[in-house]
Ligand binder design. Structure first.
Ligand code: ADP
Ligand code: MG
Length: 638
């Protein structure tokens, strides 16, 4: 027997986890090569099935799967399909025959597993991850964190749900990684530095095609496609139909669930054997007694699954078209998923793309291998991390008047962080509303709204005195944390932005084109919005100054100021061109100039008499229209 020897001084190893729809696995780098760890089933692949027993027991993997027939409601398979989905989502209704629990919160699906409390897909996934974590600890001694893979098309909510599951399982997530990117990393394609690759992933119940662009060693998803209800299970069903007929069960009414399960099991076994042999013989019980023998050749099988393969082909062509590429332009095709073991599938893919696909690595484990490589890299060299992703769109906040202050510009490599400082607009403003937006347009209303929140409880201060530091942090998985802090009081609030629906590449593209199309017009609208804010602020400040220090003006001066004030008020409210507002600001500025000096003298005299100088200075500066800009005093990357 071989013993694993732990080096107590070695840093804890980080693992890669493929949390799959039908199977999950965990791998680690050993001597520069990825190896799959043994799961609780004694194999590298763990069926992604969880059984909730009547007495509070929870079982995972093969043992759980054995309950699927007897206790279907208590046995959850394919929980990944429900992760991050709402109970009322269209796709949810199309999936599975589980008993869904009625719940107050429609944002999450809940399975009624015959227990007091229903379970969520996040909790089910957490059980699978817990089991994999335990296997890793058993074999490695300690665990330093994990890279978990997710489908490229997962949106923020689904990614966040995956992270929540990991947290529940007690795993430290180093990052989430797209499954196709993981497969490409397993093949070391990033070393080619640039190229375009197709990742063809045919699993048990899903088909995904992803076109990856590699630039400067960084992978980007160019397009995704596929079918969430197409995979090896469909092949099993096609083959089982043939077997059921051989069993003398042409009549669907004669087919009991047990007999169907038997035929499906035999079909799957035959399918797997056909990946190794040209021809296989299956024997099944016959109705009325005896056995039926059936000989199947690869060609029979291929004919049976041809329609399924053609469906994958159409999705691939669409994905190529979406990426603006032809098959000849590809630099490689990678096969992922157990079903690509079938020689018929490999041949079809070769025909489709006109090149031999990469098949050297186990298609069931290639995703976990790539995740392991990435985990190793992240754990070992946290400061020379290979950055694999960039922000597709700028992230920013809405400023007074509806403009956008971009905090993190698009194409910033992630993880990334940046800060922006803001101040209050009105006197005694005790709340500060923050609107987080995504996009390239100049006005917030033209961008995609990600979140809004209010920082409350700021002590009343003159306008411009509060210092609000807003920081944006995008982690390795693309999740955004926005923190707002009022620096004089230390008041702080933060949110994690996880919009329910992610963006497709197409939408990103549309948003970019949109910004280009509207570039000039946007800039003009933005200038107008900013000028109006500036004008309105000056109106306010002047009104305040008039209430306090009108006696420092001669009658004529006063008329001049009031006239200019009315002019600016009208311009700020109605002008359609920024220049008009600016001109009105200039007039008022000029007419209040001498007055501002007198007000300053009075303020200083007052201060000497014991007043708060800061206070007075603030309001004086206002009236004179020389206050610094409201937004974006400083900006710094952190
Ligand atoms: P998922 O990514 O959905 O979790 P997998 O990648 O684990 O799925 O693929 C599971 C599918 O692969 C099953 O339908 C299984 O029957 C099929 N499969 C596994 N091994 C073979 C094989 N040798 N030949 C053909 N199909 C196989
Ligand atoms: Mg898979």
């Amino acid at each position: 027997m071989l013993l694993d020897i732990f080096d107590p001084k070695a840093p804890p190893k980080a693992v890669g986890i493929d949390l799959g729809t039908t199977h999950s696995s965990v791998a680690v780098m050993r001597d520069g090569r990825p190896v799959a760890l043994t799961t609780c089933d004694g194999t590298p692949l763990l069926p992604s099935v969880v059984h909730y027993g009547a007495h509070g027991t929870v079982q995972v993997g093969r043992t759980a799967k054995a309950y699927a027939e007897r206790e279907p409601a208590r046995t959850i398979a394919s929980a990944k399909r429900f992760v991050g989905r709402g109970a009322k989502d269209e796709q949810t209704a199309l999936l599975g025959s589980y008993r869904f629990a009625e719940g107050a919160d429609e944002r999450v699906v809940r399975f009624d597993v015959g227990r007091e409390a229903p379970v969520t897909p996040v909790e089910v996934s957490a059980e699978i991850l817990k089991s994999l974590r335990q296997s890793a600890i058993d074999q490695l001694g300690t665990l330093g964190g994990a890279v978990i893979t997710v489908p490229a098309y997962f949106d923020d909510a689904q990614r966040q749900a995956t992270k929540d599951a990991a947290k529940l399982a007690g795993l430290e997530v180093l990052r989430l990684l797209n499954e196709p990117t993981a497969a490409a990393l397993a093949y070391g394609l990033e070393r080619q530095n640039s190229g375009v690759f197709a990742v063809y992933d045919l699993g048990g119940g899903t088909f995904d095609i992803t076109i990856l662009l590699l630039e400067d060693g960084i992978f980007q998803v160019k397009s995704t496609g596929g079918d969430s209800a197409l995979g090896g299970d469909d092949m099993d069903r096609a083959l089982a139909e043939r077997l059921l007929r051989a069993m003398g069960l042409e009549d669907p009414a004669a087919r009991t669930p047990e007999l169907i399960a038997l035929a499906l099991g035999a079909a799957r076994e035959a399918k797997h054997r056909l990946s190794l042999a040209e021809q296989v013989t299956v024997s099944v019980p016959r109705r009325g007694g005896g056995e039926a023998e059936l000989t199947l050749g690869r060609q029979d099988f291929e004919a049976m699954i041809r329609p399924l393969l053609e469906r994958t082909g159409r999705a691939c062509k669409r994905a190529l078209r979406d990426a603006g590429l032809s098959a000849e332009q590809l630099d490689g095709v990678i096969l992922v998923g157990g079903s690509t073991r079938a020689p018929s599938v490999q041949r079809y893919v070769q025909e489709l793309f006109g090149r031999e696909p990469l098949v050297e690595l186990d298609p069931d484990l290639v995703v976990a291998y790539g995740a392991a490589a990435q985990a190793d890299l992240l754990a070992r060299a946290s400061d020379e991390v290979l950055l694999l992703d960039v922000l597709p769109l700028s992230l920013g906040v809405e400023t007074m008047g509806g403009g956008v202050d971009r905090v993190l510009p698009r194409n910033t490599t992630i993880p990334a962080g940046a800060r922006s400082t803001f101040t209050t607009y009105a006197d005694h403003q005790t709340g500060f509303e923050l609107h987080v937006v995504q996009g390239e347009r100049e006005l917030a209303s033209d961008c995609r709204s990600l979140a809004r929140f209010t920082l409350r409880g700021i002590p009343p201060m003159p306008a411009g005195m509060a210092r609000l530091e807003v920081s944006f942090d995008v982690n390795e998985s693309g999740l955004l944390t926005v923190r707002a802090r009022e620096t004089t009081t230390g008041l702080e609030q933060q949110i994690e932005v996880q919009p329910s629906y992610g963006l497709t590449d197409e939408q990103v593209e549309d948003m970019l084109l949109d910004a280009l199309d509207h570039g000039e017009e946007d800039l003009e609208r933005r200038r107008l919005a900013d000028a109006r804010v500036e004008g309105a602020r000056m109106v306010l400040a002047t009104e305040k100054a008039l209430a306090a220090d009108a006696d420092l003006l001669s009658d004529e001066e006063r008329r001049g100021v009031e006239q200019a004030l009315a002019g600016l008020r009208a311009a700020a409210a109605q002008a359609t061109r920024p220049g008009v507002v600016q001109a009105a600001i200039d007039v008022l500025d000029q007419r209040t100039h001498a007055w501002a000096g007198r007000r300053m003298d009075r303020a200083i005299a007052g201060a000497i008499a014991g007043k708060q100088l800061g206070d007075v200075e603030g309001s004086v500066a206002h009236a004179a229209g020389v206050e610094a800009h409201l937004e974006a005093h400083q900006r710094g990357r952190n």
